[in-house]
Design a protein around this ligand. Sequence first.
Ligand SMILES: Nc1ncnc2c1ncn2[C@@H]1O[C@H](COP(=O)(O)OP(=O)(O)OP(=O)(O)O)[C@@H](O)[C@H]1O
Length: 342
Amino acid sequence: MLEIRDIWKSYENQPLLNGVSFQIQAGETVCLLGRSGSGKSTLLRIIAGLETAERGQVLWQGQDLSGVPVHLRHFGLMFQDYALFPHRNVAENVAFGLRMQGLSKAEIGLRVVDALEKVNLAGFAGRRVTDLSGGEQQRVALARALAPQPRLLMLDEPLGALDRALREQLGNELRRVLHSTGIPAIYVTHDQEEAFAIADRLVLLHEGRVEQEGQPAEIYNRPASTWVAHFLGLDNLVPAQALAGSPGLVQTPLGLLKPACLPPNGAFTLLLRPAGAYRQARGADWNRIQGRVEDSVFRGERFRVELRCAGDLTLRFDLEEPLPKGEPAELYLPPEAVLCLG
Ligand SMILES: Nc1ncnc2c1ncn2[C@@H]1O[C@H](COP(=O)(O)OP(=O)(O)OP(=O)(O)O)[C@@H](O)[C@H]1O
């Protein structure tokens, strides 16, 4: 449906987007995820037509949108500071974009009711927006973005101003609303938990490029680089070197390890899965990790155990039982829990 093809953009000779390409399919919610300042909002503005790229194209069903003005793209936008009109009630706020479209009063009335129902605010039409909670205001903003029936919805940190618990609740609701309307959406955030909760597919932006894209579980299980692993909070990174003459084994500060992957030539990085460690080996090819327990903290389902290991490495594993602090410990990981990163 939407194709972003090789977009380049710089500000004051500082490159920001260096050839960004990705696509969005019908009905799909794609989260654009990257650190603050990675150019996510700029990319949205380029897609919306509010900003021009130095190179590259934005295509809708194969049609190049360069030269198509903002209002003729039929893309809806929703920002973090949703800027509702404080002196107007809920219905008037939702009707705003519809009036600009020149629809009849009757049609506007129907669309407002429909949009408010979609976001679970039926009955709120006459309320003052200033009397609503932050979460309700956010839903009014979503209804306002949905009412003109855009062919694509762009959401820029829409939950950014809300507290964590509300974000989680509204994130789930947003996902439901987006799926029920079938409108494809680009959802920009720097919060990976939020992105994982909402996205059908993730696009990870780093240094102006797409570092990795895929379904959330795919990316979590197979991060493409050490940057992605770090960004997802997977910090058990171990320097490694392939071992000549011993295929499948790699040399590391922890000793010889056996990953499930074919090790690349030369130096590379291994990722040890925090949830992949056990107190006992269940196979002859399991990897033994030795260290001293620095910390052991209950984290809901499991204990997060911090192990100080050879090579100045601190590794964290999630275990069913705690381990005594200050004592030496041995843990075992199957080859599948040891990944090779580029
Ligand atoms: N019009 C502009 N002129 C000059 N620099 C700009 C302009 N717009 C954005 N930038 C710069 O480009 C960089 C990326 O901005 P952008 O808002 O696209 O990033 P972002 O990933 O959305 O960040 P955040 O999550 O903080 O909103 C920032 O360093 C910003 O200062």
